[in-house]
Each structure stands twice: as C-alpha cells, then as structure tokens.
Write a protein that binds this ligand. Structure first.
Ligand SMILES: [Zn+2]
Length: 98
C-alpha cells in the first residue's frame, strides 16, 4: 500500500499508533461474514448429501484466505470511516520535497 494518495497526497496512515485496529476489526467482520455465507451456501446447495470432509478443507482454506484478501480494502474502508469523523488537516497531507 502506498504511503499517500498519488492524486491528493492524503497520508493513508494517519500517524496514530493504533489507527489500524479499526481496519482489523472491519476485516474480521467482513471475512467472517464471507466465510459464514460460503459455508452456509455450500450446506444449503448440497443438503442433505453434504460432503462434510470436503467442506472442512474448504472452510480451512477460506478462513485463511478471506482475511488476507480483504485486508487492503478494509484498511481504506476504515480510513474513509475515520475521515468522516475527523476530517483531514494539513498535517494529513504528504509534503513533496522538490
Ligand atoms: Zn486522494
């Protein structure tokens, strides 16, 4: 992820040490909802002959891949959420040294 937006120079890390805990929280929620939806859909589609062994392997892969895949998007989603409550100041812009 780039340190600042290439268009408006907004810093994507707002400097707070625990800023991205919110991104972790949103990532966990989205990944778990995706995971539950996937498993629920497979069970629903294959009921009553659910292949539980295959579902177990799919679930393990999905629960590892889902948070890794969604993390970059949830970081920017959390940044947008944070900016809605604390608008950017001049301090939040990258300065160019030319
Ligand atoms: Zn921008």
């Amino acid at each position: 992820m780039r340190p600042a937006c290439p268009h408006c120079q907004l810093l994507l890390d707002r400097g707070s040490r625990d800023f991205f805990i919110g991104a972790y929280l949103i990532n966990l929620i989205i990944a778990e909802v995706l995971f539950a939806t996937l498993v629920g859909s497979i069970v629903y589609a294959t009921w009553p002959a659910v292949t539980w062994d295959a579902l177990q392997y799919i679930a393990v892969v999905a629960i590892i891949v889902a948070p890794l895949t969604t993390y970059p998007f949830t970081k920017t989603l959390w940044l947008a959420f944070d900016l809605s409550f604390s608008p950017p100041t001049a301090r939040d812009r990258a300065t160019t040294t030319t």
